[in-house]
Design a binder for this molecule. Structure first.
Ligand code: CU
Length: 120
């Protein structure tokens, strides 16, 4: 019992140290990869922190052409569409405004959707 309590305390302390260390070392912004595969985004839903740099990465195994088109975004965010292709594309976007973002692949819009929630 005592040992378990000590472990919990140690974990809590470690968490505190990590949290404190982040600003001190000017941590790089959070990153997230979304895979673009035949015929889905993986994952199809994700929650990320504000400021996250997302890399949309096309799978090397694709046979189909895909793109990433932003169809719904928080007010004031300009919509965009990535380049289209089969493989070898890495499309990066930073999410600086909190809210819900919805994407489709133009070529498979009925089945290939992605929802990103950006929290504060
Ligand atoms: Cu597609």
């Amino acid at each position: 019992m005592r040992r378990r309590r000590n472990l919990v305390a140690a974990a809590a302390l470690a968490g505190t140290l990590v949290a404190a260390a982040v600003p001190a070392f000017g941590a790089s912004s959070p990153k997230r990869t979304i895979e673009v595969v035949d015929d889905s985004f993986a994952p199809a839903k994700a929650t990320i922190r504000k400021g996250t740099l997302v890399m949309f990465k096309w799978s090397d195994l694709n046979y189909q052409t895909h793109d990433v088109k932003l169809t719904s975004a928080p007010h004031g965010v300009k919509k965009y569409t990535s380049p289209a292709g089969t493989t070898g594309i890495a499309f990066r976007k930073r999410f600086s405004v909190a809210g819900t973002y919805k994407f489709v692949c133009t070529y498979h819009a009925s089945i290939m959707t992605l929802t990103l929630r950006v929290k504060h």
